[in-house]
Design a protein. Sequence first.
Lengths: 452, 452
Amino acid sequence: MALSKSPYRGPRDFFPKEMRLRNYIFQKMAQVSETFAYEPYDGPLLEEVELYLAKSGEELITDQIYSFIDRGDRKVAIRPEMTPTVARMVAQIHREVAKPLRWYAIPNLMRYEKPQKGRLREFWQYNADIFGAAEYGEVEIIQLAVSIMKSFGATQDHFEILLNDRRLVDFVFVKLISLESEANKKLYKLVDRKNKMDPAKFSAEVRLITTEERQAQIFEEYVSITTVKELEGFVKKHLNLAEKIDFLLDEPASAHHEAISLSIKPLFDLFKRLEHLGLSSFVKFDPSIVRGLDYYTGVVFEIFDKHPENRRAIAGGGAYANLLQIFNELPLGGVGFGMGEVPLKDFLEAHKLMPDFTKPDFDVLVAYTHLSSEPSGFQIADALRSLGLKTEVIFGESKPKKVYGQTEKKNYHTVILLNENEVQVKHLKSQVSTSYQLNEAFKIAHEVKGQL
Amino acid sequence: MALSKSPYRGPRDFFPKEMRLRNYIFQKMAQVSETFAYEPYDGPLLEEVELYLAKSGEELITDQIYSFIDRGDRKVAIRPEMTPTVARMVAQIHREVAKPLRWYAIPNLMRYEKPQKGRLREFWQYNADIFGAAEYGEVEIIQLAVSIMKSFGATQDHFEILLNDRRLVDFVFVKLISLESEANKKLYKLVDRKNKMDPAKFSAEVRLITTEERQAQIFEEYVSITTVKELEGFVKKHLNLAEKIDFLLDEPASAHHEAISLSIKPLFDLFKRLEHLGLSSFVKFDPSIVRGLDYYTGVVFEIFDKHPENRRAIAGGGAYANLLQIFNELPLGGVGFGMGEVPLKDFLEAHKLMPDFTKPDFDVLVAYTHLSSEPSGFQIADALRSLGLKTEVIFGESKPKKVYGQTEKKNYHTVILLNENEVQVKHLKSQVSTSYQLNEAFKIAHEVKGQL
């Protein structure tokens, strides 16, 4: 029986046109990261399962991980996310290096999920993290995220960054609603699903978790907030502190004030800084953003597609305080985000921001009509390549008509055709031809390069 | 108990300095490949084990593969090599596309080997293949291999390409020595190990495989050949055809001649073509090069390090006629080669050809002495980044002395320091400083870029 020509279920084959697209995306991500002085890193494809057990969300481990026992009897997994790896690596070196550390990577990851729009089992995910930058980390990471999106031609018409803060969420759930830890967790999960649910069903589910109607009402009031201004009003009202609190006070007057200051002020400060950077039009407070993973402790955010038919998250991230704890290291705060190539590609296509990668961008096509000119043809190709020009040679004797017939399949700039006695160099756009001697490889190469 | 900070045994952590080195290597490989009009592709990280069983060498499957049963009960493996994948992909599309197909990839692969110099369990391997180019494929692939090596600054003093041809080997083993298929296989393995063996032991082992002394002698004579000229003499002598054969005849006069022509002539032709391309100083006939993998059917070669303390293969490849057969497709000949980043890195380091990647190549460091100038500092950084300059911002108020103290850790080109009233732009090499207004971000960015 013949073998299947299809790829294994889940991963993809990247034929050249898909690969050019992937390279385009990765190169933009890398370029923008480097302009922010982020340094590249990578980790192992496999990690011991223990590492993920300590830090990843439960669903990831029990349902989605590709794990197995290796020949050395170790339980390992193909990486389903990059954060545990980067934490492990930073734990190795953070004592010796200057802070902040700015790192980015574009690893391939695998998760056993039902393949669907925006989700595939093997995918690449851009990851950027800044460690040890205190409150500035959040601003810079969001700035970086916006810059990456802009590098693809996206504007505030195409996407928005939805922001929240875990400290604020905990303040509302624990202090204002007074929920127990179990109910708190359930409410977290419910918030996460809010935008995919029918409002009546949502209301009903809230009341299955809360014990008093008052709690349900505060919660519903919270999730309907749409601006920072409204958030301010909401908090003031429920604390019955109306006129007494100024959230922008730098020195809170009481312990009560201090709690508020620690849990709410950072988000207000962040919005202020983003305003100074001219990024207000990109960001929006959203009470339903909580991020599923356990390790976030501060600001959390998602980049959301504004396209009415593609209302989905393209990327997500947040701040974490204790990633190094599992390695018995001192706390080192960080902020990071991840952006998958699959949702990004869908986003760029939905908004018609994706260039056409169907044809390769070659520069020159070299062919010869007589075998006797083959060595000269090869020399010319060699000279062109040494100048960095993408040069394709047609092997064996060619008919001129066939050579020109081929120029439409790939985006050549110039065709070089050798006959027995001379070299015809044709610039395709201008349709201007120039003749050269067979032995003028160097001259030809420089003149062709000059026309690029 | 705290988790281990070390990576899983086998794979590596790539901290920024190792990652910069890896990126340097991959970028050169990709750039040179594109100048030869090779197109990028990639395949899945996992393939069904069946695919490797059909085409890879036995050792790879039984001893070295990372395989497991997935959640869908399929037996899969992390790719240990790329050739089966590329064959599978080409089988999908070769009927519809123009030939030749030129493809390259730089996948991560895994093999469960004992980690040692030049070998690691997780590694990246450059792969280039040309399909459907008849005899020209071999020349171009070797030319490409030489160009990649040269792009790293390597010359014929550093490396050589050792060449042989499976058709020639079969001609010698089967026609001249008259070996049975089992003995033939054993001789193949022995040849492969020749350079690592004591000559007396080698002689003894030859005689364990052959049945007549005459056979052993022809074999030993064969493996001692060092040039194409000697090879020609060897074949002529054993065929007792001395003056009668001209290997360069295009039309052989008899069936005997035809057999010789098919099995030996291609290698002579290849050496001729390589001479025309000026590559003679890079290539050398070597009877011990046979390549372990089953799929090679024509020319085989290895790029060998000439460094006396690092006499090892950096890359290897060859021609294959029947890769698509396992998919029930018509034969489509191809030539390809693979080059691992680990042996290449060792090679470049042994010859001191590796640039220093210890420090990141950042362009500009921006800092401010007073918080009031922070917005201006951020604007300047923004303007620099929009021009593609790698710009690091020091957050919070800085002391000038500390800022300049930091410039030695990274290769900055310019330091920009804002105080309350103005901006000092210092070009580090010339030590020239220029003053600007706080609101001249755009002007500053353009002038700094102009000095690069």
